[in-house]
Design a binder for this molecule. Structure first.
Ligand code: ASP
Length: 627
């Protein structure tokens, strides 16, 4: 027989009150006592944040997750005082005493508990601490490797504690929001087959199947689509995505995304759902201002045209103008040539730069050439003409047209790039961002969220000389473009959307393909034939044969969102246990070698001689046939 404990509210109250009083360490947190608690007997537990001795008294700032409370030790209680004298930072203690109002003039208005202190009657040292490798009670710059090696201490510091707490609040908000709207949170496997998202897979050797591997998911993409075929209609998961990519500031080997999928849905429905969620998160949980509501929606083509980027920072102007028509008839060969060979000439006008020195214009030019441009053309706008090294190639009339096209005013600089379109866009994008930072054009407290839609379904991979999906292979083409899958795949637009904030991509999603024939077609465009498709994506293709509903979704990155909301320079600052930029876990010392016995069990022999590379396996001997 099952016996059910039914906790009524009363039961619960009684239960928690009872165990609270009996807790040997604490009756209260270090963040909650106020003037009205004066006279109460309490117990607190936590760390020695700071110790000060003065006026014959010992003052301890006792810190726990919820705050700091001042505790005083009176020399009259000699034994207690003697123990208090030994306390050092980060010792774990529990104290008992009476809440007292601080003497007048001694209140600390910066501390929520600043009106009171605890007059200690008991002190238990629960655990001493060796001297920490960095100060916990001050927010000083500490070498990041050291912070990561001692992350459990780093996380005791205010900034990190607040970041991790905020992370919880955001995730809780997301869960509640989606639960209210009928979404089910469903877990999907970590050990599975590859779901490509354009990165390298992390692989796990399968002991029971020598020579075979599980792949860790780059995203739950296929599973969430299969959950739609399974009829769950509205799914979400706070999911881990594992991608073996080269590391950058806002990338990690594993990151967390809000993975989400809906059946019988439309692009507008997905966008609205996320837009309301993000508006709530920003407005209810942060002090940031949204630049615009509703979020502007730009097509990919428009974003590129106006900002040279599919992740535009909309907090400031400096919009790009196309002057190809003026360039086509100009005397300046570089401009004319770019247009004649199918590229374009575009530029931006920037005010407030004063007079740029030769060195400064060289530096600015380098930004463009680093982005692949052959050079950067620029003019200074004077009262009655344009000045600069190439001004002489432009007639008065052409100069007027340039001024008008860029709406430039005297004192401005105009910068132009003439090249293939991708180079023009990338160079001007970088220049825009450079001037944003140089001139302080973007307000740090404003969040300019926008949607970028209508991305091409495919892009050309220059290095590998092949077509690949812009997002992933499961995206539905725009209906009117389906025919072009055969004739002109690079011209096909996908039902694809990104959420962007201040120049950072926060989410990508799409309406999906739900018919096997169309899915097969898209596979074949990216060079996956039927046999390979069956082998790699057989479950999806098969599932689509059983009345798969139309569906779509999105996967906002949680770490990046938090990084933007907390003004942190990288996503490591919002993760409890991130890897270093070199993808190492310095605290757990991973990755690390494994024993020869483990390798044998996995039927794995290493190719490389031991010790020839960091992270190689010293346990393996070359004589054992590793080469
Ligand atoms: N699976 C995609 C990603 O991780 C997101 C999506 O299309 O829902 O980027």
């Amino acid at each position: 027989m099952f016996y059910h404990w039914v906790f009524t509210a009363e039961h619960r109250q009684h239960h928690t009150e009872g165990s609270k009083a009996m807790n040997p360490y604490r009756t209260n947190t270090a963040g909650e006592l106020r003037a009205e608690n004066a006279g109460e007997s309490v117990r607190l537990a936590g760390w020695v944040h700071r110790r000060r001795d003065h006026g014959g008294l010992i003052f301890i700032d006792l810190r726990d997750r919820w705050g700091i409370t001042q505790v005083t030790f009176d020399p009259e209680r000699a034994e207690l005082f003697a123990t208090a004298e030994k306390l050092r930072p980060e010792w774990s203690i529990s104290i008992e005493g009476e809440v007292a109002r601080r003497p007048e003039g001694n209140e600390n208005p910066d501390l929520p508990t600043g009106e009171i202190e605890i007059e200690a009657t008991k002190l238990r040292v629960l655990n001493e601490s060796v001297t920490p490798p960095f100060e916990i009670d001050r927010e000083r710059e500490v070498d990041e490797l050291l912070r990561l090696k001692y992350r459990y201490l780093d996380l005791r510091r205010t900034r990190m504690r607040e970041n991790i707490t905020f992370r919880h609040q955001v995730v809780k908000h997301i869960r509640d929001y989606l639960d209210d709207r009928g979404f089910l949170e469903i877990e999907t496997p970590l050990l599975t087959a590859s779901t490509p998202e354009g990165a390298r897979d992390y692989l796990v050797p399968a002991r029971l199947y020598p020579g075979q591997f599980y792949a860790l998911p780059q995203s739950p993409q296929q599973f969430k689509q299969l959950l739609m075929v399974a009829g769950f209609e509205r799914y979400f998961q706070i999911a881990r995505a594992l991608r073996d990519e080269d590391q950058r500031g806002d990338r990690q080997p594993e990151h967390t995304q809000l993975d989400l999928e809906m059946s019988y849905t439309t692009q507008d429905e997905v966008l609205d759902l996320i837009e309301v969620l993000y508006t709530e998160i920003v407005e209810e949980l942060t002090n940031k201002k949204l630049a615009a509501k509703p979020f502007p929606r730009l097509t990919y083509a428009e974003a590129m045209d106006r900002f040279g980027s599919d992740k535009p920072d909309l907090r400031f102007g400096l919009e790009i103008q196309d002057i190809s028509e003026i360039a086509r008839s100009s005397e300046f060969k570089v401009f004319r040539g770019a247009v004649e060979s199918g590229g374009s000439v575009r530029g931006i006008s920037v005010g407030g730069l004063g007079d740029l020195s030769r060195r400064e214009t060289d530096e600015i030019t380098k930004i463009a050439t680093d982005a692949g441009a052959k050079g950067l053309a620029f003019f200074k706008v004077e009262e009655d003409a344009l000045a600069g090294p190439i001004a002489k190639f432009f007639s008065g009339e052409d100069q007027d047209s340039l001024l008008a096209a860029l709406a430039a005013a005297p004192g401005d600089y105009m910068f132009f790039v003439a090249d293939r379109n991708p180079v023009v866009f990338e160079s001007l994008n970088r220049l825009r961002l450079h001037f944003r930072d140089r001139l302080g054009l973007a307000d740090e407290n404003t969040l300019a969220l926008c949607w970028v839609t209508d991305f091409p379904l495919f892009e050309w991979n220059e290095d590998e000389g092949r077509i690949e999906p812009m997002h992933h292979m499961f995206t539905m083409p725009q209906e009117e473009d389906v025919e072009k899958l055969d004739s002109d795949p690079l011209a096909v637009i996908g039902q694809l959307y990104d959420l962007v904030a201040n120049g950072t991509e926060l989410a990508s999603g799409s309406i999906r393909i739900h018919r096997p024939d169309l899915q097969q077609k898209v596979f074949s465009v990216v060079g996956i034939d039927e046999e390979e498709a069956e082998r790699r994506f057989g479950a999806m293709l098969n599932a689509f044969r059983y009345g798969a509903p139309p569906h779509g979704g999105i996967a906002p990155g949680i770490d990046r969102l938090l990084m933007v909301l907390r003004d942190e320079p990288n996503i490591r600052e919002v993760m409890a246990f991130p890897k270093t930029q070199a993808a190492r876990d310095e605290m757990m010392n991973a990755p690390g070698p494994v024993s020869e016995a483990q390798l044998k069990e996995l039927n794995i022999a290493l190719r490389r001689a031991p010790g020839s590379e960091r992270g190689s396996n010293p346990a393996a001997r070359p004589s054992e046939g590793n080469n």
